[in-house]
Write a protein that binds this ligand. Structure first.
Ligand code: SF4
Length: 249
């Protein structure tokens, strides 16, 4: 474990040295909290940004707020909306609103056509408009970004590399080799509080192991892969929102 942490730190150090315009993406899931903590040990003023959506659980907004304050993250939040939700209002948070018109039009048309919410009928389109496009806005002035991707998280995460390049944008994945247990141990060792959903208990033994938007996040059994609870009952089950598969620049 110590070796993995030292290796991750070296990757972050090298990336920060090589790229002046670099930021850390933080979803406020467990893996993000590890990379944020690691990166800030190397550079306490490194940019931390978060893509939030209107469908994130309220607990995510509250946790984001709390951790931004406690860890003094200087967080920048990107959100497709015409106003800042009350839970994100205040001087301690920098929220950039992105125009909601396209999402509103597409989701209304989808509902009229299918009778279902857009995240059920067209989750890829929903993720494109609420996550991928906002990520493009977040990285547009960056040369590199640091993420909490891990190889053992799910069926779509097996073949990532520690350093990747797409369209001139470098992505750095310093904790790629961490297991779920390594992540939880790192957070415990460093007294970093977890998002409250990780400690929710279900009578059948399922628990939340990977967090996204509320409607697309389900508890799962320990025998499953961590991301198997994402987008259940859709063709996207256990898959990707698109920010790690699509070109962002
Ligand atoms: S995770 Fe679900 S609700 Fe969130 S943007 Fe993707 S499809 Fe929409």
């Amino acid at each position: 474990m110590n070796e993995k942490v030292e290796h991750a730190k070296k990757i972050v150090e090298k990336a920060i040295k090589e790229h002046k315009r670099i930021g850390v993406a933080c979803s406020f899931g467990k893996d993000s909290m590890v990379v944020v903590h690691l990166a800030r040990q190397v550079d306490p003023s490194i940019e931390i940004f978060s893509i939030m959506t209107r469908y994130k659980p309220n607990e995510t907004f509250e946790y984001l707020r709390e951790m931004n304050r406690e860890m003094n993250l200087g967080l920048k939040v990107y959100l497709v909306a015409d106003s800042i939700p009350e839970v994100l209002q205040g001087n301690d948070l920098n929220v950039e609103l992105l125009p909601p018109e396209e999402f509103n039009r597409v989701s209304t048309e989808s509902k009229a056509r299918t009778g279902k919410e857009i995240y059920e009928a067209s989750p890829d389109e929903c993720c494109r408009l609420l996550k991928v496009d906002p990520t493009k806005a977040a990285v547009k002035d960056l040369d590199a970004w640091i993420c909490g991707l891990r190889n053992t998280e799910g069926r779509t995460r097996k073949n990532y590399r520690e350093i990747e390049e797409k369209g001139g944008l470098i992505k750095v994945n310093p904790i790629l080799e961490f297991t779920e247990q390594d992540v939880l141990q790192y957070l415990k060792d460093n007294n970093i509080k977890l998002h409250p959903w990780y400690s929710k208990e279900f009578p059948d033994g399922r628990r939340y192991r990977s967090l996204g938007c509320g409607p697309c996040t389900n508890p799962i059994f320990d025998s499953q892969l961590e991301r198997d609870g994402r987008w259940q009952n859709t063709s996207k089950c256990g898959g990707e929102c698109g920010i790690h598969t699509q070109q962002l620049k």
